[in-house]
Design a protein around this ligand. Structure first.
Ligand code: CO8
Length: 257
C-alpha cells in the first residue's frame, strides 16, 4: 500500500522509515501520524524486520504537531480527534526503534524522537518543546519523557522557556545516544540497527520491554519482571543456539524462535 507521507525501505532485516512532508518541516498532522504508527505496527509484525530507524529530512526530523490543523480547534473537537490514541499504539511497538534526527525536532517532533528507543543526532539537530510559546503544553509525553531522560530541573528550563537545545547539549544531558556529522546520521543509525538486528530477536524485545518497565515500576517489581523474562528466554531455540555457538567457538545464527 502506498502511503502519502511515509516511505519505507527494508534492507538486511532493518527498516528505514522516512517522514516526507518537507514543505512544512514534517509537521505532524493526524494523517501523517496515523500513517507513521500504522507503518511501524506493520513492520513490528513482519518477521523479516528486526529493528527500525525513523528519520525525517535534512532540515527537520519534525517541527511539531501541525499548528494549522490545531489553530481553530475547539476543546470538543480536540477531544473528539483522540489524537493521542495513536501515540499509545506507538508505545506498543515491541521491536527497537531508533530515531535519526537531523535539523529540528520540536514539540511533537521532539516527543516522537523520545518515543523511540534511542536517538542518533546529526550535529545540526535542535531539540525543543516550544509549546509554551503557543500558549499550550506538550501532549504526547514531553513533560513526562523529557523529565525522565534529563531530570526535572533541566526539563523544566526547556519546557518553560521553549528554547531549543543543540545536539551537543542534548548529548551532555543524556537526551541522545550520540552526535555525528549530519550527513552520516542516517547511516550511523542504520549501523546501530544492523548490530541490534544480528542479536536474538526475542531477547531483544524482552530487553526493550524490561528496560521500559524500569521507568514505570519500583526496583523490586522491575527485578522480578526481569528475572521472569530471563527464565522465559530459556524456552527459545535462540538461547540454545547462542550458548552452543559460544561453546563451539562460532557465530550464532538467530532465527527469532
Ligand atoms: N505546523 C505547521 N506548519 C509548520 C510547522 C508546524 N509545527 N513548522 C513549520 N511549519 C511550516 C511553516 O508555516 C512554513 O510554511 P510556509 O512556507 O507555507 O510559510 C514552513 O513550514 C517552513 O517553516 P518556516 O518558514 O517557519 O522555517 P524557518 O526555518 O524560518 O523556521 C522553525 C523553522 C523555527 C522550526 C519554525 O518553522 C517554527 O517555529 N515552527 C513551529 C515549531 C513549533 O512551535 N512546534 C510545536 C508545535 S505544537 C506541538 O507540537 C504540540 C504537540 C502535541 C502533541 C503532538 C501531536 C503530533
Amino acid at each position: 500500500m502506498s502511503l502519502r507521507y511515509i516511505h519505507t525501505e527494508i534492507n538486511e532485516s532493518v527498516a528505514l522509515v522516512r517522514i516526507e512532508r518537507h514543505e512544512v518541516l514534517n509537521a505532524l498532522n493526524l494523517h501523517l501520524m496515523n500513517e507513521l504508527v500504522g507503518e511501524l505496527a506493520r513492520l513490528d509484525a513482519d518477521d523479516s524486520v528486526r529493528c527500525m530507524v525513523v528519520t525525517g529530512g535534512p532540515k527537520a526530523f519534525a517541527a511539531g504537531a501541525d499548528i494549522l490543523e490545531m489553530a481553530d480547534a475547539t476543546v470538543v473537537e480536540m477531544k473528539q480527534r483522540n489524537q493521542f490514541q495513536v501515540w499509545d499504539r506507538l508505545r506498543q511497538v515491541r521491536k527497537p526503534v531508533i530515531a535519526a534526527v537531523n535539523g529540528f525536532a520540536l514539540g511533537g517532533g521532539c516527543e516522537l524522537a523520545m518515543a523511540c528507543d534511542m536517538i542518533v543526532a546529526g550535529e545540526d539537530a535542535k531539540f525543543g518543546q516550544p509549546e509554551v510559546k503557543l500558549g499550550v503544553m506538550p501532549g504526547a509525553g514531553g513533560t513526562q519523557r523529557l523529565t525522565r531522560l534529563i531530570g526535572k530541573n533541566r526539563a523544566l528550563e526547556m519546557l518553560l522557556t521553549g528554547r531549543p537545545i543543540s545536539a551537543d547539549d542534548a548529548l551532555n544531558m543524556g537526551l541522545v545516544n550520540r552526535v555525528v556529522p549530519a550527513e552520516t546520521c542516517v547511516q550511523e543509525a542504520l549501523s546501530l540497527a544492523y548490530e541490534i538486528a544480528k542479536q536474538a530477536p526475542i531477547a531483544v524485545q524482552m530487553i526493550k520491554e524490561a528496560a521500559n518497565k524500569a521507568l514505570d515500576v519500583d526496583l523490586q517489581t522491575g527485578m522480578e519482571l526481569e528475572r521472569n523474562a530471563f527464565y522465559l528466554l530459556f524456552a527459545t531455540e535462540d538461547r540454545s543456539e547462542g550458548m552452543k555457538a559460544f561453546l563451539d567457538k562460532r557465530k550464532p545464527v538467530f532465527r527469532g524462535r
